[in-house]
Design a binder for this molecule. Structure first.
Ligand code: SF4
Length: 163
């Protein structure tokens, strides 16, 4: 099975702060969760992608949040720079890759304004989470690609068995 995975979860230093969100080294996850993550990597064909880098942003970069979560979307940095076009472009490139490679599943980093699939920050840079999706997760979902985050590995494993 082909799976698109957020590059930062794989340990690539693509985050806004120049670091990564490596699942394998995250102390918040148990050994068995890490084993499941590694099994998923080993048993499937992994496509690594960071939408924000694909959208033309650099690392490190200013943190950004979605300030308009409905169309027309708006994404701004903490300095109020408008980076919406970069986020939309990154989402489009992620979708293009999925369509070209017939990828039906994505494992994306939670809470990100690009990759979050259930919650995102509310646009006030006050560390406040709200229900919502990042722009890439949303576009993939709208196009029939099933999106999971790193806390949903068991659901992802079950889903793979059904297709
Ligand atoms: S855009 Fe997605 S892949 Fe890139 S750093 Fe943010 S959460 Fe990770």
């Amino acid at each position: 099975m082909k799976i698109l995975i957020s590059s930062c979860l794989l340990g690539e230093d693509v985050r806004y702060d120049g670091g990564n969100s490596s699942f394998a080294y995250n102390p918040n996850f148990s050994f068995s969760e890490k084993e499941l993550f590694m099994d998923i990597l080993c048993e499937n064909e992994v496509y690594s992608l960071c939408p924000e880098i694909k959208g033309g942003l650099n690392t490190p970069r200013k943190p950004a949040e979605i300030t308009s979560a409905e169309k027309p979307f708006k994404v701004e940095t903490i300095n109020k720079d408008d980076v919406t076009i970069n986020f939309l472009l990154g989402a489009k490139k992620a979708l293009e890759l999925c369509l070209e490679e017939n990828i039906k599943i994505a494992l994306l980093k939670s809470k990100s304004p690009s990759c979050g699939n259930i919650q995102i920050y509310d646009g006030t840079f006050s560390n406040t989470l709200v229900q919502g999706q990042g722009l890439t997760a949303r576009l993939l979902n709208e196009n029939g690609i099933k999106v999971f985050n790193e806390t949903q590995l068991k659901e992802l494993e079950q889903f793979i068995k059904t297709i």
